[in-house]
Design a protein around this ligand. Structure first.
Ligand code: ADP
Ligand code: ZN
Ligand code: ZN
Length: 818
C-alpha cells in the first residue's frame, strides 16, 4: 500500500501539498512535525506535517519527502486547530499563519552551495576574471555560499556567474539544509583528573613555580573550588585570576586543565523574587477579583475596566498566582513589549525565574529557546509575557490569558498576513484550552464594552485610584482664544507655558504629548481649527497633494482644496502638522535649563532605545519627556506633576471612523501618567475645539458617556462594533490595471452583497513602494452571517483569478480592519 503525507508549506497558497512517504515514515510521522520537502525547481522547504493517508493525488505525481526534521511534534493539535481558525477567520492561508507563528529558525530553507569539481581539468586561461577569482577561492575552501561568492567578486547578482562555472565544469552545485538555531555553549575548565590529589598536585605546583602566570590561574581555580561547588567558566577564571585566555589555553594544552562545554539558555533571569503574597488587595481590587471569579465560573472572558493607577496590574498578578498554583501556564499579552521593561521587572519581582519574555526584538535563537521551554512546560515558562505573536507559542497547559491594554490598536497585525487581532485570537485560543481570559483597560474598546452589554463578557470595574491618589485635574485650553489674544509662545499657550515653568521650579517632571499624524495628513485651519469632513462617512477628508484635492478615503467624496478656510475664511491652512522634534527645539529655547528627552519613531529604533529613554526619565536625568502615542502606554512614573497635550485636534480629526474613540483613549491614557502618587496631578489639553464632546468627556472622565454616544454614531453610519468590516486592498504595478480590476471587483461584490460595499477608493497613501493601491470596504450588518459573506467573496475571487489580464493585481483581505 502506498502512503502519502499532506503538508502545509509556509506560503500564501491555500491548499495542502501531498508527498509520498514510506510505510515506516507513515508510522512515525505525527501532525505538527516538520518535514523537509522539495518544492519548485530545486529548492527544499520546511513544511508542517498535516495528515497521513493512502490517496495518491490525482493532479500531479507526488514527490518523496526529503527528511523528517522532528522526533516529536513541534506544533500541537490545539495549535493547529487555532491556526486554522486564524487562517479561516482572517482570510489567509494556513501556510501564512505557519510562517508567522513559527520562529524563523524553525523554517529551514535550503541554501545553494558551490563546491570545487575535483575531477575537472580546468583551463585557467579560458576563465574570465570573475570566474578565475571564484575558481581560486574554491581551491582553498571545501564549499562557498552564494553570499560568499558575492563578496569575492564584490557584486550582488552572481547567479549567472555560478551557472557559467557549473557549465564549464569548474564547480558543482548542491542544495544544503541548515539548522539555523545553534545552542549557546559556554566553555568551562576543570583540573585534569590525573592531578587529582596529594603528590601529583604538589608535584604540579612545584613544576609550575617557574611559570608564575600559570600557577596564578591554578591558585584561582583552587580558591573557587574552595568556596563553590559550581564549575568555573573560562571567562570567570580569567576574571578571578586576573590572567588571560592564552595562559588558560596553555594549561589546557599541557593537559593540566580540561575543557568542557555546558549548554546554556540565552534567556534567563537570576534575580530575587518575593512572591505575590505581599500584595494585599484593597476593597475595590477584592471586589474586582470576585466579579472576575464569577465570570470565570460562567466560562466567560471578563473585561476589567479600572481607571489609570487603580491597580489593575496587581489584580492580574493575583490571577497569575492562582493559575500558577493550579499548575497551569499563563500568557500575559501586551500591545508593545518594547515599552514594558517596567512591567517585566515588576512581574519578575514577584515570580522571579518563572517568567519568560517573547517578542520580535528577540533574536531567532532566543525565540527558539522560549518556544522549547513553553512546549516542555519548563519551570521558567510558567508565565509568558509577550507581544501578539506569543499567542502562537506551544502551550501544553494554558490556564489563563491576560490581555493588558486591550483597547490598543497595535494588537492588530497590519502586514503581512495573517492580519489577526491578538485579543480576539487569544479568546479563541483560551476557549480551545478551556482557559480563563481577562481583558484589562482604563478605556476599553467599544467592541469589548459592547460585548459586555451583549452578555458575552463579564464585567469588573475599579473606579478609584489605588491608595487614595486622586484622579488628575484636567483642564482644556482654548487655542483659538490664545491665538486671538496673541498669547502664544511658539506652540505653547500662556497657560501651558506657565504650568511648565511652575512644574520645573517645583522640581517635578512633566510629559508633553504630540500625536503623530501618520500618513494621512488633513488640512487644518490654525486660526479656527476647522477641518473639512465627509458628509457620508463622518470622517475628515484627506489631503491629496498631487491632485490638490480633499478626499474621503472610504467613499470617494471629494472637493478641490480651497485657498482659505471654509469656516472662518482666513488663509492660515496648515498641511504639514507638528512634530515632536519641533516641540523639543522650542523647549530648548524657552527652558534652556531643563533637560528634555524625546520618545518617537525616530528615537526608538535600537533594541534598548526605549529602555534608555524611559530609565533616564525614571531616574530624573531628564525633566521633560516629549513623545508621541508611545508615552501613553502603561508607564508608571512617580514624579510627574504635569501632562501637557500640545494639540488634541490632530487626533480628533484623524481621517478614520475611530478617531473619536481613539482620541478619548489616548488622552485619558496620557493624562493617567500624571500624579500617580500623593500629590494631585495636572493635565492641560490645548485645542481649538474646547467644546468638543470627546474633550469634555475626557475632562470629566466620562467613559460611559463617550461609549453611549459613539455607539450611537457607529449605528448611524454603519461601523463596528455594530457591523463587521472587511477591507479589501488591490495592489499592482500597473495603475490602469489596478483601477480596472478594482472596478470589476466592486461591481461584482455589489451584485452579491448590495449596498454595504464602499469604494473602490484610493487610500491616503495611494502608492507604496512600487505598488498602486485601491481599497474596497465591505460592511456586514449585524445579523448577516460573516462566514457566508466570506464564502461569497471567495467565490468572486475565484472568478477574478480566472481573468488573465488581472493576473498582476493582488488581493489583500483585512478582516476587522481597524
Ligand atoms: P494600573 O495598572 O491600573 O494603571 P497599577 O497596577 O500600576 O495601576 O497600580 C498603581 C500603583 O499602585 C502602582 O504603583 C502599584 O504598585 C500600586 N498598587 C496597586 N495595588 C496595590 C496593592 N494592593 N498593594 C500595594 N500597592 C499597590
Ligand atoms: Zn478657520
Ligand atoms: Zn465618505
Amino acid at each position: 500500500m502506498d502512503h502519502f503525507l499532506d503538508v502545509v508549506l509556509p506560503i500564501p497558497l491555500e491548499r495542502l501539498f501531498t508527498y509520498r512517504i514510506s510505510p515506516r515514515e507513515a508510522e512515525f510521522i505525527r501532525p505538527g512535525m516538520r518535514v523537509a520537502v522539495p518544492f519548485g525547481k530545486s529548492k527544499i522547504y520546511t513544511a508542517l506535517a498535516h495528515g497521513v493517508h493512502q490517496n495518491a493525488p490525482t493532479a500531479y505525481d507526488a514527490k518523496e519527502i526529503y527528511q523528517i526534521l522532528d522526533e516529536v511534534p513541534l506544533v500541537s493539535a490545539i495549535q493547529l486547530k487555532h491556526w486554522k481558525w486564524v487562517a479561516d477567520y482572517y482570510m489567509c492561508s494556513l501556510g501564512e499563519v505557519v510562517r508567522s507563528a513559527l520562529p524563523g529558525a524553525f523554517l529551514l530553507e535550503s541554501e545553494t552551495l558551490i563546491l570545487p569539481n575535483k575531477e575537472a581539468e580546468v583551463d585557467e586561461m579560458g576563465l574570465a576574471d570573475d570566474e578565475f577569482l571564484v575558481f581560486e577561492a574554491l581551491q582553498h575552501h571545501s564549499s562557498l555560499t552564494i553570499a560568499e561568492i558575492s563578496d569575492i567578486v564584490d557584486r550582488k547578482n552572481v547567479l549567472a556567474l555560478v551557472d557559467r562555472l557549473v557549465q564549464k565544469g569548474v564547480a558543482l552545485q548542491r542544495e544544503e539544509l541548515y539548522e539555523r538555531y545553534r545552542p549557546k555553549l559556554v566553555r568551562y575548565v576543570k583540573l585534569s583528573p590525573s592531578y587529582g590529589e596529594g603528590d601529583a598536585l604538589e608535584e604540579l605546583l612545584k613544576e609550575l613555580s617557574r611559570a608564575p602566570k600559570q600557577s596564578q590561574v591554578l591558585l584561582a581555580l583552587f580558591q573557587w573550588q574552595a568556596k563553590s561547588k559550581k564549575p568555573i567558566s573560562i571567562q570567570d577564571l580569567e576574571r578571578e585570576s586576573g590572567s588571560s585566555k592564552a595562559v588558560i589555553k596553555a594549561l589546557v594544552a599541557k593537559g593540566i586543565l580540561e575543557e568542557f562545554h555546558i549548554r546554556k539558555d540565552r534567556v534567563g533571569y537570576e534575580g530575587e523574587s518575593q512572591g505575590s503574597g505581599t500584595i494585599v488587595p484593597n476593597q475595590y481590587q477584592e471586589r474586582a477579583l470576585e466579579e472576575i471569579g464569577k465570570g470565570f465560573a460562567q466560562d466567560r472572558p471578563v473585561l476589567l475596566q479600572g481607571v489609570t493607577a487603580s491597580g489593575k496590574t496587581e489584580v492580574y498578578i493575583k490571577l497569575l498566582q492562582k493559575c500558577l498554583d493550579r499548575g497551569k501556564q499563563s500568557l500575559y499579552l501586551l500591545p508593545e513589549i518594547a515599552l514594558t521593561s517596567q512591567l517585566i521587572d515588576r512581574l519578575r519581582g514577584y515570580f522571579g525565574s518563572k517568567v519568560s519574555v517573547y517578542h520580535s526584538k528577540y533574536s531567532i535563537h532566543e525565540r527558539v529557546e522560549v518556544w522549547n521551554n513553553v512546549r516542555k512546560g519548563a519551570e521558567k515558562a510558567q508565565i509568558v509575557i509577550g507581544a501578539r505573536s506569543s499567542l502562537f507559542l506551544p502551550f501544553p497547559e494554558l490556564g489563563l490569558v491576560v490581555v493588558d491594554e486591550e483597547h490598543d490598536s497595535s494588537y492588530k497585525q497590519f502586514d503581512p498576513a495573517p492580519r489577526y487581532h491578538a485579543r480576539d485570537a487569544a479568546i479563541v485560543l483560551a476557549s480551545l484550552h478551556r482557559a480563563k481570559v481577562v481583558l484589562g483597560s482604563a478605556t476599553p474598546s467599544l467592541e469589548s464594552r459592547h460585548n459586555v452589554d451583549l452578555g458575552k463578557y463579564g464585567h469588573a470595574t475599579m473606579e478609584h485610584r489605588f491608595g487614595k491618589v486622586m484622579m488628575p485635574e484636567i483642564q482644556l485650553v482654548d487655542l483659538k482664544e490664545a491665538t486671538r489674544k496673541k498669547r502664544m509662545k511658539g506652540h505653547f499657550s500662556d497657560t501651558l507655558f506657565e504650568a511648565i515653568a511652575e512644574t520645573l521650579e517645583a522640581g517635578e517632571q512633566l510629559i508633553l504629548f504630540q500625536n503623530r499624524r501618520g500618513f494621512a495628513p488633513v488640512v487644518e485651519c490654525t486660526t479656527c481649527g476647522h477641518v473639512a469632513q465627509c458628509t457620508n462617512c463622518d470622517v475628515s477628508l484627506t489631503y491629496h497633494r498631487h491632485s490638490q484635492q480633499l478626499r474621503c478615503h472610504y467613499c470617494g467624496y471629494h472637493m478641490a482644496l480651497q485657498p482659505s478656510c471654509l469656516a472662518c475664511g482666513s488663509h492660515t491652512l496648515d498641511k504639514k502638522g507638528l512634530g515632536t522634534q519641533q516641540i523639543q527645539e522650542e523647549l530648548g529655547q524657552f527652558f534652556p535649563e531643563a533637560s528634555v528627552g524625546r520618545m518617537d519613531q525616530d528615537t526608538t529604533r535600537g533594541k534598548y532605545a526605549y529602555e534608555k529613554i524611559i530609565s533616564a526619565f525614571e531616574n530624573h536625568e531628564t525633566d521633560i519627556l516629549v513623545g508621541t502615542q508611545m508615552v501613553t502606554k502603561g508607564l508608571d512614573f512617580r514624579n510627574v506633576g504635569l501632562v501637557g497635550i500640545i494639540n488634541a485636534d490632530s487626533m480628533l480629526h484623524f481621517p478614520d471612523y475611530r478617531a473619536h474613540e481613539r482620541s478619548f483613549q489616548m488622552l485619558t491614557q496620557v493624562a493617567g501618567r500624571a500624579g500617580r502618587t500623593k500629590k494631585r496631578g495636572k493635565v492641560l489639553i490645548q485645542t481649538y475645539n474646547p467644546y468638543h464632546q470627546i474633550l469634555q468627556q475626557v475632562a470629566s472622565n466620562d467613559y460611559q458617556g463617550m461609549y453611549a454616544e459613539q455607539l450611537l454614531e457607529r449605528g448611524q453610519f454603519g461601523y463596528p462594533p455594530l457591523t463587521k468590516i472587511i477591507k479589501l486592498t488591490l495592489k499592482g504595478r500597473d495603475f490602469n490595471m489596478v483601477n480596472q480590476a478594482s472596478d470589476w471587483m466592486a461591481t461584482s461584490l455589489r451584485n452579491v452583497l448590495g449596498s454595504g460595499v464602499l469604494g473602490p477608493e484610493y487610500p491616503p497613501v495611494a502608492r507604496i513602494r512600487r505598488d498602486y493601491l485601491k481599497n474596497i470596504l465591505i460592511k456586514i450588518p449585524e445579523g448577516r452571517s460573516l462566514s457566508q459573506t466570506k464564502y461569497g467573496i471567495k467565490r468572486i475571487e475565484r472568478s477574478f483569478n480566472a481573468i488573465s489580464q488581472y493576473r498582476s493585481v493582488r488581493l489583500v483581505y483585512n478582516v476587522d480592519h481597524i
